[in-house]
Design a protein around this ligand. Structure first.
Ligand code: G3H
Ligand code: 13P
Ligand code: ZN
Length: 310
């Protein structure tokens, strides 16, 4: 039991035609829900922190809680920086013991993304840390960009990018999108498996990452709305599409929104059904239990990673 990189996780996932779930963590209850779910399914898992999570909780609290989770559960975990915006944030995470970092230069022009990613990869590899980077743009209606305007990843560029930067995994844009409002009301979600196949052909055995992969469970949305929320029109990626991607070159699937929805639904329901409750352990504990259920469901139905721990 240790904090590990994703290297071996991805090798096994590629060969076994499944994916590792990468779940965003911000506090103790989320960490416990995710790790308890992984432990119950004997599944490898990645815990990832955005720059916002690091600002909210602090890298030292996050790392210490993840160390505690390893000791309590006895399972290996990877600790990853999600959407690292710059070299300084990467450095902060490496210095604080993260085992994996993402540098997200997808919004820069291509050559700038290559140059900045090369710099991050050199530094991280010198410190034994693995690197994810991104090519293409995940559009979302929350960004005022219609889903039709995704900038899909170009497979030739993906090959060039991986060869020039030396990264360990690549996030690509094939039609997923961040957040709870991924598509306009009448838009039918569609993933470009043709692009994924071409990337896989050009980069055999290379781990691909899918961001923006929450399914946005309609029951959780309905519970939020029933108990005072306003999430009308929330919509995600169909799970059969994600399962298909995980059987291909996709080795890491990122989910945050589904955890947020599960926790919010549980907290709202606790307040709605039991107005006398004011003990945070009651409502946060309910949120933690729902997160565990979501993680177990994902492992069985989206990732296919049950029993991936030796
Ligand atoms: O992809 C982004 C993740 O959902 C993290 O979101 O920046 O609000 O922590 P955040
Ligand atoms: P969702 O918003 O679909 O959960 O995606 C999360 C993500 O990609 C984190 O990097
Ligand atoms: Zn993301």
């Amino acid at each position: 039991m240790a904090l590990v990189t994703t290297k071996n996780m991805f090798k096994k996932a590629y060969e076994g035609k499944y994916s590792i779930g990468a779940f965003n963590i911000n506090n103790m209850e989320i960490i416990q829900g995710v790790v308890n779910g992984a432990k119950a399914k004997n599944s490898a898992v990645i815990l990832q922190c955005s720059a916002g999570a690091i600002k909210y909780a602090g890298p030292k609290y996050l790392k210490a809680m993840v160390d505690a989770a390893i000791e309590e559960t006895g399972i290996d975990l990877a600790l990853h920086l999600d959407h690292g915006p710059d070299f300084e944030t990467v450095k902060l995470c490496v210095e604080n013991g993260f085992t994996s970092v993402m540098f997200d230069g997808s919004h820069f022009d291509y050559e700038e993304n290559v140059a900045k990613t090369q710099e991050v990869a050199k530094y991280a590899h010198d410190h034994g840390v693995v690197v994810e980077a991104e090519l293409g743009v995940l559009a979302g209606i929350e960004d005022d960009v219609s889903a039709a305007e995704h900038i899909y990843t170009d497979p030739d560029q993906a090959e060039d990018f991986v060869n020039r930067t030396g990264i360990d995994s690549l996030a690509i844009a094939i039609g997923t999108s961040h957040g709870a409002f991924k598509f306009p009301p009448n838009f039918k979600p569609k993933l470009r498996f043709d692009i994924l196949e071409k990337v896989q052909e050009k980069l055999p055995n290379f781990p691909i990452v899918l961001h923006g992969a929450s399914a946005v469970d309609q029951e959780a949305v309905a519970t939020c709305n029933k108990y005072g929320g306003n999430l009308a029109g929330a919509k995600g990626i169909p799970i059969d599409m994600l399962r298909k991607a995980s059987s291909m070159a996709v080795c890491k699937i990122n989910m945050d929104t589904d955890l947020r929805l599960a926790m919010t639904a549980a907290v709202r329901k606790t307040f709605g059904d039991k107005p006398e409750v004011f003990d945070p352990r009651k409502y946060l504990g309910a949120g933690r239990d729902e997160i565990q259920k979501v993680v177990e469901y994902k492992i069985d139905n989206v990732l296919g990673s049950a029993n991936s721990l030796k």
